[in-house]
Design a protein around this ligand. Structure first.
Ligand code: NOJ
Length: 607
């Protein structure tokens, strides 16, 4: 098969430092179910992605990361994979994937795919074989099967809890009809955990990596990267001390014991998980097109999280501390400081991210009375965010995020300023988190709503009728989207924003353009003298250029951008001495009497 490979962008032209593409890449997360539906069945698909690549090229992103599109019963929206080498018919075919990869490369966009190594679907051939084969079989050794506790094995092997609620073990019925062993699932019952002590499992994933690398993908987002290794003997967990990142505090809620440095949770962030990534790194490095891996590792503190990007391991790790810092100058300052410090210690670039398919969209979080709160979901009974306030802050937050050196992630719809669906009725909810908590947790559906492309079309243009023998025809129209869209999406549809001065889309496009022109992604960061978190002011400079042209030897002037955001309620003084300025809002609104308005941000090119 021929694969189109992108070359590293020419550095010489702007004397850009010679760095691999991912160091400063802007990576756009495509959630395939909800991006674009090309066959009219109400669920997004790969041909839908291909059909919208021109939009992404216009936006100016360097790469896309696609959440899973593999064969799956979809009990966790595709994070339950039944065949890692097949495309789910809901999303298309392997040929559609090849075409999408080739077309993205033609458009200058790299492609990162999702890899789900912690668990398979219970419909995966291996798990079905494990059920059939019975205890002590090599088939069961690929997963975590164990005898139960209690006189008749009627109690789970330990007290581990599922992330989605309830216990993490389910008992199987053996072939003879008797209740038998238990299997581990850190998520839904339909997601049995693989046993990463098993060499067959390791070899299978090396082969899966090669399968997609041979098809030309440029990287992998690694799901639950901190969960693969479980402590031998399955000791009970102290759930009262189990931690996830909860705020920007370096030492808040750590996942390891600060005295012994032992992980607190026997199934998270175990030291030996790093062996797996050193092994995978060798596979990736055997390819010549600079493929990368990015860890989804909800690990605290940052010193622990950055272990995933030590030399010879992964290339990037999502900075969830930054995501959770909220709209608060002190928390953001802390997150940024600690991130640079810890990234520097391992020689890895930073990543910056505000939202993804597991979190309430930041345009809504920032519109809550406490704009730094982090709800697990929002329902009609909860406080409703102020959409206008949230969007105003989200615009300013984009200027901070995209001004920071390193790599930045955009979740689909961020560039349209989309809010969370905060009144989704229970009958529409599909997230297993909702069901496993008996509806106590709303779950993540509210951030996964199909995108609005055209304000005046059915499903706001999300679905287009299939041309020929698809499930719908032009005459029949299109099916309802798999999750209903809120009415507020209409005014935010892409066709109301692309090319429209002052829209969120045009702001993002402009930011990405300037970021590229000035090489901010590889620039040098410093807090500015105007930085004043106690008064709600974030201000930093990013300097790029300098030195001499690699080809001609001519000097290249250094260029400095001052990024300033006002997170306070009052206007703040705006520095002078710049030649160009870009604001998060119309200038008349952003600048009042020469001062930067509340919840506004600026990029000032200082000459
Ligand atoms: C993290 C993914 O982002 C999330 O959507 C999924 O439910 C869990 N991992 C389990 O795969």
């Amino acid at each position: 098969m021929t694969t189109h490979r992108l070359s590293t962008p020419p550095s010489e032209a702007r004397n850009r430092p010679v760095t691999p593409w991912w160091v400063d890449a802007v990576i756009y997360q495509v959630y395939p179910r909800s991006f674009a539906d090309a066959d009219g069945d109400g669920m997004g698909d790969l041909r839908g992605v291909t059909s919208r690549l021109d939009y992404l090229a216009q936006l100016g992103v360097d790469a896309i990361w696609l959440s899973p599109f593999y064969l799956s019963p979809q009990h966790d929206a595709g994070y339950d994979v039944a065949d890692y080498r097949a495309v789910d018919p809901r999303f298309g075919t392997l040929e559609d994937a090849d075409e999408m990869i080739a077309a993205a490369h033609e458009a200058g966009i790299r492609v990162v795919v999702d890899l789900v190594p912690n668990h398979t679907s219970s419909e995966h051939a291996w798990f079905q074989a494990a059920l059939a084969a019975g205890p002590d079989s090599p088939e069961r050794a690929r997963y975590h099967f164990a005898e139960g506790r209690g006189e008749h094995g009627e109690l789970p092997p330990n007290n581990w809890e599922s992330t989605f609620g309830g216990g993490a073990w389910t008992r199987v019925t053996e072939a003879d009809g008797t209740p038998g062993q238990w299997y581990l699932h850190l998520f839904d019952t339909s997601q049995p955990d693989l046993n990463w002590e098993n060499e067959e499992v390791r070899e299978e994933f090396r082969s899966i990596l090669r399968f997609w690398l041979d098809r030309g993908v440029d990287g992998f987002r690694v799901d639950v990267a901190h969960g693969l290794i479980k402590q031998p003997g399955y000791p009970d967990a102290d759930h009262s001390r189990m931690g996830m990142v909860t705020d920007a505090g370096e030492d808040a809620d750590p996942t390891f014991d600060p005295d012994t440095f032992e992980p607190l949770t026997p199934f998270l962030d175990q030291d030996r998980v790093h062996e797996v990534y050193r092994d995978w790194r060798r596979v990736l490095d055997s390819y010549g097109h600079e493929p990368m891996m990015v860890a989804e590792a909800w690990v605290a503190p940052l010193s622990r999280m950055f272990r995933y990007v030590r030399p010879g391991e992964m290339h990037q790790t999502f900075n969830f501390t930054y995501l959770m810092a909220g709209w608060d100058a002190a928390s953001l300052t802390h997150a940024i400081d600690r991130s640079f410090e810890q990234a520097g210690r391992v020689g890895a670039p930073n990543t910056w991210v505000l939202s993804n398919h597991d979190t309430v969209r930041h345009a809504s979080r920032y519109g809550l009375a406490d704009p730094s709160s982090y709800p697990a979901g929002i329902t009609a009974e909860d406080e409703q965010p102020d959409e206008a306030v949230g969007r105003r802050r989200a615009r300013a937050a984009a200027m901070v995020e995209l001004g920071l050196p390193g790599s930045a992630y955009i979740y689909q719809g961020d560039e349209l300023g989309l809010p969370e669906h905060t009144t989704l009725a229970a009958e529409h909810r599909q997230d297993p988190y909702f069901f496993r908590t008996d509806g106590k947790e709303p779950g993540r559906d509210g951030c996964r709503i199909p995108l609005p492309w055209a304000a005046d079309e059915p499903s706001y243009g999300f679905s287009t009728p299939a041309d020929d023998d698809g499930p719908a025809s032009a005459a029949e129209g299109v099916a309802a989207p798999w999750l209903p869209q809120p009415a507020s999406f209409r005014a935010l549809a892409a066709d109301r924003q692309v090319g429209v001065e002052g829209s969120v889309f045009e702001l993002y496009r402009r930011l990405l353009q300037i970021r590229g022109e000035l090489d901010l992604g590889t620039g040098t960061f410093a807090w500015s003298e105007h930085h004043d978190p106690a008064r709600g002011v974030l201000a930093f400079t990013v300097t790029s250029g300098g030195g001499r042209h690699l080809g001609s030897g001519e000097p290249i002037p250094a260029r400095t951008v001052l990024v300033m955001a006002n997170l306070s309620t009052d206007p703040v003084d705006l520095p002078t001495g710049h030649s160009r300025a870009l604001f998060s809002l119309e200038e008349a609104e952003a600048v009042q009497d020469g001062r930067l308005a509340h919840d506004a941000a600026a990029w000032l090119l200082m000459d």
